[in-house]
Design a protein around this ligand. Structure first.
Ligand code: FE2
Ligand code: FE2
Length: 281
């Protein structure tokens, strides 16, 4: 008998039955992979799903992309942003559509999306400063905890137990998940990212954002890890007014950062946190 609340079979079934991307999103992604790109066709395809189109436009017009209010149509989004950026925005929009905020749920999805946007903005900011792929960093940051939505959707009662223990014992949630369920959100989230054909850099960031010291660590994993710690600090600072930026030397050093630099960036990071609050409305 399993020592966990979930059996291996339940976990394997949940992984097998993970949600699929909508037909519209899959078709648009296929069109984006073609050598002879047709922006009209991509724009027309996405317009078939008004929910996705409006989310893409909202993200594209957010201050995260520095184009506030300038993109009025899907066609413009294709031409102004370019396919690589649009692809990343589309994957993020698809995830938001798949796990919408549910005000009646026990698990506070709104809080998790707010945290995710904050991590996305901070990841993009750090990546841009360190001349890394900031589009990938934004997507990886936004989706780093997507496995929590999967656990909440697939196993709401067991996940409630996890939240209770993590809260009571002040113990990191991913460790409680592993101990109580036998699988954590990094792992199940990376299965979903692979199923949705996310870029490898995003899949690995989701899989390893709590475990950065593996030999396979990449700069974007380090970026998301640091951004996650900063976002939690900013969230907790609202309660006690204190901020101490992360001192996880390995990730910071690997990125060529200093803790002094992080302190200098604090006003920008706080602004990113308030920007992230506008994106769910
Ligand atoms: Fe996480
Ligand atoms: Fe997180």
């Amino acid at each position: 008998m399993s020592q966990y609340l979930l059996t291996d079979e339940q976990v394997n079934n949940a992984i097998r039955d993970l949600p699929v991307l909508s037909k519209v999103v899959s078709k648009a992604l296929d069109l984006m992979d073609k050598d002879d790109l047709d922006f009209n066709e991509i724009a027309e395809t996405l317009q078939h799903d008004p929910g996705i189109s409006s989310r893409v436009l909202k993200l594209a017009n957010s201050s995260f992309y520095g184009l506030s209010g300038q993109i009025a149509s899907m066609k413009e989004a294709c031409t102004v942003l370019g396919i690589y950026t649009l692809r990343n925005i589309l994957l993020s929009a698809a995830a938001l559509e798949c796990f919408p905020v549910d005000v009646h749920a026990v698990f506070d999805r709104e809080a998790l999306w707010l945290h995710s946007f904050c991590v996305a903005g901070i990841s993009k900011f750090i990546a841009r400063n360190q001349r890394l792929d900031h589009d990938a960093a934004f997507t990886a940051g936004l989706l780093h905890d997507i496995g929590k939505f999967v656990l909440d959707s697939s196993f709401p009662n067991e996940f409630k137990e996890v939240l209770k223990h993590s809260d009571q014992d002040k113990y990191p949630q991913y460790k409680v998940e592993k101990e109580v369920l036998g699988i954590d959100h990094s792992s199940i989230g990376s299965h979903l990212a692979r199923k949705w054909n996310f870029p490898d850099v995003v899949v690995s960031s989701i899989a390893s954002h709590h475990d950065v010291n593996e030999p396979l660590s990449t700069p974007i994993i380090d970026v998301v890890h640091i951004a996650d710690l900063i976002a939690h600090e900013l969230e907790n600072a609202q309660q006690d007014g204190q901020i101490s930026l992360p001192a996880e030397i390995d990730s910071i050093e690997r990125l060529g950062l200093t803790s002094g630099q992080l302190t200098e960036w604090l006003p920008d990071l706080l602004e990113l946190q308030s920007t992230s609050k506008t994106l769910l409305k």
